[in-house]
Design a protein around this ligand. Structure first.
Ligand code: PLP
Length: 380
């Protein structure tokens, strides 16, 4: 059986876990948390990175940090994970969904401006598959209308746009270290990237349950108090130790994923040339990270047939998001502005193939052969 995903393992995780256990301190903001944060800050030239228990938490912290209030509006694609919307709906905001581009499955930057009203506070972009949104255009729209930009870069760690790391382009970036992502903090994990220096101090208060506990420990104040709405957004040291091992192998993981992605792309290009499938498009401004490989079939029925075909051969392939505006909570908390030209149509054709760090050459060959076989022997 070839699974759709296996959590990445580089082999050195156990050493760091043992060090964390031996240190006698496992709660947040310890040595491994700082090592991971510094690694990310230096590698991505980020103002400040704070580890969080998940990307969901990083998004929720963002909504608190940006003071999102009931009746504010936030713009985002409907083709995304629920956490992108939940984080802002939890603050009472109205979610405004905008259509995506069919070539990258990212928010269509040309349709953002028509969705902006006097209540709009932020644009939340999602870099699907680690391929960047058209950030130059989006940042200039945001500047013109004085809006915040949050990058949901859950899938974008180690990918760039015009050579700038994803997560460092908007005011805030959010990373995921869930086991389905390129790097994991032992199953669950995330980080918030704060690119606006003015937001750093409040972010540190919000993640410490809304207290100035950090300043107290640094002896900047003589007692700590409840300052504002906050929550518990610290990652455990055990998770940070696991993550640190993976970050030290980040280039190795990135190169392997890109090589696997390229193998799929090259092997399936003949199918695309015959018009049988569509393959992902990488705009020239984007330096991707091989987060996921998808192909697009003619329709939903053909996609189900291919899923079944692969299943019979012991291969797990899966589709992805059901557009949020078509879900019950999406209808309650959001509205789709403009026409849904591509969101529903393109999401129904998309199929993801197994792609993970520890996928072997032999396994990817089996997947490719099985996909080719589906098209070459349709009546089998
Ligand atoms: C995975 C993912 C998330 C959630 O990440 P968690 O770390 O599991 O909370 C949010 N947004 C997108 C686009 C994702 O792919």
């Amino acid at each position: 059986m070839i699974p759709f995903n296996k959590p990445p393992v580089v082999g050195t995780e156990i050493e760091y876990l043992q060090q964390a256990i031996a240190s006698g301190r496992l709660s947040g903001d310890g040595r491994f948390t700082r090592l991971c944060e510094q690694w990310l800050e230096q590698r991505f030239q980020a103002e400040r990175v704070l580890l969080t228990p998940s990307c969901t938490d990083a998004l929720e912290l963002s909504a608190l940090l940006l003071n999102i209030q009931p009746d504010d509006e936030v713009i985002m694609p409907s083709y995304t994970f629920v956490s992108t919307a939940n984080a802002f709906a939890l603050r009472g905001a109205k979610i405004v969904f905008v259509d995506i581009r069919p070539d990258t499955m990212n928010i269509d930057e040309s349709k953002i401006e028509q969705a902006i009203t006097a209540k709009t506070k932020a644009i939340i972009v999602v870099h699907y598959a680690g391929v960047a949104c058209e950030m130059q255009r989006i940042m200039s729209i945001a500047e013109k209308h004085q809006l915040w930009v949050v990058e949901d870069a859950a899938q974008g760690v180690m990918a760039s746009y015009q050579n700038k790391p994803l997560g460092t382009i908007g005011h805030i970036g959010c990373y995921s270290f869930h086991e389905t992502k390129n790097y994991t903090a032992g199953g669950e994990g995330g980080a918030i990237v704060i690119n606006d220096a003015k937001l750093v101090e409040r972010a540190e208060i919000i993640r410490e349950k809304g207290t100035n506990r950090k300043q107290f420990f640094q002896k900047q104040v003589d007692k700590y108090t409840w300052r504002e709405l906050g929550s518990s957004f610290l990652m455990s040291e055990l998770q940070a130790a696991y993550l640190y091992a993976q970050l030290l192998s980040a280039d190795q993981i990135n190169q392997r994923r890109l090589a696997l992605w390229q193998r799929y792309y090259t092997a399936l290009t003949p199918l695309a040339e015959q018009g049988l499938v569509k393959l992902p498009h990488i705009p020239t401004a984007c330096q991707p990270n091989g987060h996921l490989f998808y192909l697009k079939l003619a329709d939903k029925q053909q996609r189900s047939a291919l899923i079944e075909h692969l299943n019979k051969k012991g291969i797990l392939a899966v589709f992805h998001y059901v557009p949020l505006h078509s879900s019950p909570a999406g209808q309650q908390w959001g509205t789709f502005v403009g026409e849904d030209c591509y969101t529903t149509q393109e999401s129904e054709k998309l199929l993801r193939l197994p792609l993970f760090f520890n996928l072997t050459d032999n396994e990817i060959t089996q997947v490719i052969d099985a996909v080719l076989d589906f098209f070459m022997n349709p009546n089998e």
